[in-house]
Design a binder for this molecule. Structure first.
Ligand SMILES: Nc1ncnc2c1ncn2[C@@H]1O[C@H](COP(=O)(O)OP(=O)(O)OP(=O)(O)O)[C@@H](O)[C@H]1O
Length: 369
């Protein structure tokens, strides 16, 4: 999978911009605050119709303009595809081959990306919400039905919490409507959790091998799904809900569910949250990101594209070299950097360099020029 070309209109600090990309490594080079990350963000939005930075649409639109447009030409499974996202005060429009797509789950999947940003280092020691977000995002890329059912589950969860709050405030006991919501949530969770477990098992297989390579065979990485339920059948999940109706009403909250699950990581069976050093955390995140590239390739038959925002400066020379070796000649990669002066690797030498200055492409060069 490759993105060959992008055009931006009124997107962030780009008034009008059009760039062709190289099939493997593209580096956006420029001083701070010139628009390198904005260009990466545009590719990301083209992929998922949402950003990794904000949900506020106005922030994407060039100051004082009415709309922003991102258009890209993608090649996937040897077919050319036109993707377009238009952002305005009326909302967001996602378009494939000039046809508007209403459901996000129908749009996602034509351009798959794996993103690696410095904040991802929080994945190990940060809140479980970050790890759930990673699982949900990545499974959604390979399974539109997962994304569709997860959205349904999240809507039901919101509705159930609102209802619990009302019951609590009016000092009422559970009723049939709470039964209906609980049944629907239990039914959806059976498949959603199964899919998460399958995904984490696969990620564990691939990422533990990657970790072994990155860490020079020092420790063994293990990733496991941590589920709140012991019995994963529909009846088992529903019974747990029914047993805890009174507790949920008094907390005005659905205490159990996949929205509380987690992904556990350990090194030589020691919990990474408690014991992993900074360097080990970097290696785990790197192993997970490379693992995701391989996992997506396994599921859909093509490598996704890789977006690295300011990541080279976060990695030491050994990890940098390992990463560049692994993606060399396989994965179309976009990276941002203020300078590549200190980075010595043939991947960097051969890359397409795109100079960014004040929301404009000020120069392009290929290879060793
Ligand atoms: N809606 C917008 N309209 C115009 N300019 C914007 C808009 N949103 C962001 N910008 C500008 O974009 C610039 C930031 O761009 P970006 O985050 O891509 O920088 P960068 O080149 O990646 O820098 P760094 O190296 O510091 O990360 C800022 O100058 C900001 O004011």
């Amino acid at each position: 999978m490759k993105i060959n070309h992008i055009e931006l209109k009124n997107f962030r600090n780009y008034k009008d911009c059009s760039v062709d990309f190289a099939p493997f490594i593209n580096i956006f080079i420029g001083k701070n605050a010139q628009g390198k990350t904005n260009l990466l963000e545009a590719i990301y939005i083209l992929s998922l119709s949402k950003s990794f930075k904000t949900k506020v649409i106005e922030e994407f639109i060039y100051f004082n303009e009415d709309f922003a447009k991102i258009h890209g030409r993608v090649n996937s499974h040897e077919k050319d595809i036109d993707l377009e996202v238009v952002l305005s005060k009326y909302g967001k429009k996602a378009i494939i081959n000039h046809k508007e797509i209403k459901k996000t789950s129908d749009y996602v999947g034509y351009l798959n990306v794996v993103l690696f940003i410095p904040e991802d280092l929080m994945l190990i020691k940060g809140s479980p919400r970050l790890r759930r977000k990673l699982m949900d995002m990545e499974i959604s890329k390979i399974s539109p039905i997962y994304m569709y059912n997860l959205n349904k589950y999240n809507k039901l969860l919101k509705e159930r919490n609102k209802y619990l709050k009302m019951l609590h405030e009016k000092h009422r006991r559970y009723d049939e409507y709470l039964d209906v919501l609980s049944e629907q949530m239990a039914r959806l969770q059976v498949d959603l959790i199964k899919k998460r477990i399958e995904f984490v098992d696969l990620l564990n297989d691939i990422s533990s091998t990657m970790y072994d390579y990155i860490s020079l065979h020092k420790e063994k990485l293990r990733i496991e799904y941590k589920c709140i339920y012991k019995d994963l059948s529909y009846e088992g999940i529903l019974e747990k809900y029914q047993k805890n109706y009174q507790r949920d009403i008094s907390y005005s909250q659905t205490v159990d569910g996949l929205h509380k699950d987690d992904m556990l990581m350990s090194l030589d069976d020691k919990d990474a949250v408690a014991y992993a050093s900074q360097g080990q955390q970097r290696s785990i995140v790197l192993a997970i990101k490379i693992g995701l590239l391989e996992l997506i390739k396994k599921e859909i038959g093509e490598y996704p594209i890789l977006l690295l925002d300011d990541v080279l400066s976060e990695l030491d020379d050994v990890r940098k070299t390992k990463l560049l070796n692994l993606i060399q000649g396989k994965v179309q990669t976009f990276l941002t950097s203020t300078s590549i002066d200190g980075v010595h690797h043939q991947v960097i030498d051969m890359a397409k360099k795109i100079m960014i200055e004040d929301g404009q492409v000020k120069g392009e060069s290929n290879g060793r020029e």
